[in-house]
Design a binder for this molecule. Structure first.
Ligand code: G1P
Length: 288
């Protein structure tokens, strides 16, 4: 079985829910404590054995490329002040030369379309997809959990968690078959159903391991929910042909594309940081 080596990160979205912060700055660079949201996703992918990072960008997103590059002037200035440890940390966080690829989604035609834009870079092998807004803290690296599940089942695997019925309209939802530990067999999936039509409470969270056959379905460019080319629809077309599972990942997910979710991500991340947690917890007490 081919190893999962590549991850596609669709980062072309406008981030309108976070305006005006995202008027000029890509939403993926919003900081959670002292690291941009996108860096958490890259670190998770790297900790999961991913070696190639494919970003599907759009106009106004070039700062993302700068973020994942060396910053010679800054490094030189820090070194001249003896801050060798800071430079070493910045360097360690960088992908190695040649590990990052950028391509553009020229029109905002949906998540499925964004992934399809990376088809030639991915080629004919299973690959991961990560939605950067979904920040996952704690537990095992989520991509790694999905890759291990993919190696066991041989098919598509998506991260899943149970959400209240009132929230099904925000997510792709699985029609669940057998549940075996953390593995949830998927019989069908539907994008953003109203609660009364939702087949279960198993929501798809933004981590996927997909077989390359997905591109054959995305090639057809059929619009789905909201008139967009949906990844969920293309995945649904593979049901029956290939094994398809949700995986109840072990970490905690925060939606950084949403104001409250973003605020919670910052609190949760800060409370996990040994250098900050005690003082930050004391500080939070003051706002109760
Ligand atoms: C996307 C997917 C949806 C998934 C969600 C997870 O929706 O289309 O299936 O449940 O991410 O965050 P979006 O949040 O981009 O509207």
């Amino acid at each position: 079985m081919a190893r999962v080596r590549k991850a596609v990160f669709p980062v072309a979205g406008l981030g309108t829910r976070m305006l005006p912060a995202t008027k000029v700055m890509p939403k993926e660079l919003l900081p959670v404590v002292d690291r941009p949201v996108i860096q958490y996703a890259l670190e998770e992918a790297r900790a999961s054995g991913i070696e190639e990072f494919i970003f599907v960008t759009a106009g106004g997103k070039t700062l993302i490329e700068d973020h994942f590059d060396r910053a010679e002037q800054l490094f030189a200035s820090l070194l001249s002040k003896g801050k060798t440890e800071a430079v070493a940390e910045l360097e360690a966080a960088l992908p190695r030369a040649g590990q990052v690829v950028y391509t553009r989604q020229q029109q905002p035609l949906g998540l499925g379309h964004a992934v399809w834009c990376a088809r030639h870079i991915v080629g004919d092998e299973p690959f991961a997809v990560g939605l950067v807004d979904d920040l996952i803290l704690g537990g095992e690296p989520c991509f790694g959990e999905l890759i291990a599940a993919h190696e066991r089942t041989g098919g598509n695997v998506v991260a899943t968690m149970e959400v209240p019925y009132a929230h099904t309209k925000r997510y792709g939802i699985l029609d669940a078959g057998d549940v075996d530990g953390r593995l949830v067999a998927a019989k069908a999936m539907v994008e953003k159903p109203d609660p009364e039509w939702a087949p279960s409470r198993y929501a798809v969270i933004g981590r996927y391991v997909l077989l390359p056959e997905i591109f054959e379905h995305l090639d057809r460019q059929d619009p789905g929910a909201g008139g967009e080319i949906q990844l969920t629809d293309a995945m649904a077309k593979m049901l029956g042909d290939k094994p398809f599972h949700g995986y109840l990942f072990s970490g905690q997910r925060h939606d950084c594309g949403d104001k409250l979710g973003y605020l919670e991500a910052i609190v949760a991340a800060a409370l996990r940081r040994p250098d900050l947690k005690d003082e930050f917890a004391t500080l939070l007490e003051r706002y109760r």
